[in-house]
Design a protein around this ligand. Structure first.
Ligand SMILES: C[S@@+](CC[C@H](N)C(=O)[O-])C[C@H]1O[C@@H](n2cnc3c(N)ncnc32)[C@H](O)[C@@H]1O
Length: 426
């Protein structure tokens, strides 16, 4: 008996909307019969449609029809053959260490060459690869810095191959931050889950990248991109619990009083719930017992020290409270929306250069002094320059000669000794 499918069946199988299937029927790309108000598609017609709109290569069906509709290109991702005949050749050696070196060349081959030396040694990777935009990025004088012409599945395959190598580089306490835009970022998230494991996903950080946009396109202003943060092994990653300073407005709400010389402050009770029967914190201090059902938060000796230091405020009714200054506030927990806007083209050394404060946060929170930090899409060198500033060891890689020139210029200016090595064929 022959089999018929509904539009719902087909839309589910292909992962496209019902409207798209109806459109294919109306465009006569897909044969269908009408049963009252509904369409039915004979299985032979469905098979014909698939055959006419797909290419089967290496046993992977490439649904052209699906791509035509903008559906997932994940099913087309493939790995490239990276068995090139390459070696590393010094360009300029300025120190004898193995690290603090910039490698100029395609990162897949550089990483392959480096892997025996850096496997499981890298504590932090930050990468900001091309975003698969199909564009060429040039400076103010229209000099090309790099091209971003690999798109869709080809771009995802390119990135995936590199991510597998990067995972090998990560130490057991290591983590990776991948900066990407929101057009392709959700596909990259799926790939990151595959490579690093869904369990090791920590955050999808929204980065506010620019001022609000005002355009006539029928869309909300796209003011943010994303940073995907994964650990090699979740719960074991380096985590320095960096804090964020309070906003001025938060300070004025939380610290409403003003000290003559020491700025804003608030007061906290010096007692806490729970009675101490015999212990020091249940005894009388300066003629006062803790209120019923409570005990002193500090030993009486500490209370006296605080009082002598002017850190106890006595109310007109003789109630003591501890003074807490805004200046001593340790800051607040960092959330997953970060505002680090990029500077305009005329203020940067390299097109698409990322904000250094953003890199500083990542490096300080997720690496330690002497950790090895890696950026294999180094561009202007922001990551490695910041890593160097905070006494981390680092490795930078980029294939662009503009990047090599920019990085050399930056390190030369600040007098930092760096080794430069090129990837050469043969
Ligand atoms: C978005 S930019 C990085 C910008 C950088 N984060 C900064 O702040 O300046 C991407 C960089 O990846 C580099 N790149 C692209 N493909 C590469 C490859 N296969 N190997 C090494 N570098 C590559 C480009 O040359 C470009 O500098």
């Amino acid at each position: 008996m022959s089999k018929f499918y509904t539009i719902e069946n087909i839309s589910e199988t292909l992962g496209v909307t019902r409207q798209t299937i109806t459109k294919y029927i109306k465009e006569e790309k897909l044969n269908a019969v009408r049963l009252g108000k509904a369409y039915r598609i004979h299985e032979t017609d469905f098979v014909n449609f698939i055959n006419a709109n797909s290419i089967i290569s290496d046993n992977v069906i490439d649904y052209k029809a699906i791509n035509y509709n903008g559906f997932s290109f994940l099913n087309k991702i493939h790995s490239n053959n990276h068995n090139g005949d390459y070696r590393l050749e010094p360009l300029e050696l300025n120190h004898k260490d193995a690290y603090n070196t910039f490698f100029w060349g395609d990162n897949i081959y550089v990483l392959q060459q480096l892997l025996p030396k850096i496997r499981s040694k890298v504590d932090l990777i930050y990468i900001d690869p091309p975003f698969g935009t199909g564009q060429i990025f040039s400076d103010m004088d229209k000099i090309e810095a790099y091209d971003d012409t690999l798109i869709n599945a080809d771009f995802l395959g390119f990135l995936r191959d590199r991510l597998y190598l990067l995972k090998e580089c990560l130490s057991k306490n290591g983590s990776i931050y991948l900066h990407i835009d929101k057009k392709i970022g959700h596909y990259v998230k799926v790939i990151m889950d595959e490579v690093f494991g869904h369990r090791n996903f920590i955050n999808d950080i929204t980065r506010i990248k620019c001022n609000p946009k005002n355009f006539s396109r029928k869309a909300y202003g796209n003011q943010s991109d994303m940073i995907l943060f994964y650990a090699k092994n979740r719960d074991h990653q380096i985590w320095n619990e960096l804090k964020e300073p309070l906003e001025e407005e938060e300070v004025s709400v939380l610290f409403q009083k003003k000290h003559k010389t020491k700025g804003r402050y608030t007061t906290h009770p010096i007692h806490a719930p729970g009675e101490t029967i015999d212990g020091d914190t249940g005894q009388e201090w300066k003629g006062l017992k803790p209120p019923k059902g409570r005990h002193w938060r500090y030993s009486r000796e500490e209370l006296t020290r605080l009082d002598n230091a002017g850190l106890i405020e006595w109310s007109s009714k003789g109630n003591p409270r501890k003074i807490v200054f805004a200046n001593n506030h340790e800051g607040k927990k960092i959330q997953d929306v970060w505002e680090f806007k990029d500077l305009g083209k005329s203020f940067v050394n390299y097109p698409t250069q990322k904000n250094h404060d953003l890199l500083e946060r990542i490096i300080l929170n997720s690496s330690n002094v002497d950790s090895l930090v890696l950026d294999c899409f180094a561009g202007s060198g922001g990551t490695i320059v910041t890593a160097n500033k905070f006494h981390r060891k680092w490795i930078g890689i980029d294939s662009s000669d503009y990047s090599l020139r920019t990085i050399k210029e930056t390190f030369n200016k600040s007098g930092v000794a760096v080794n430069y090595v090129a990837l050469v064929k043969g």
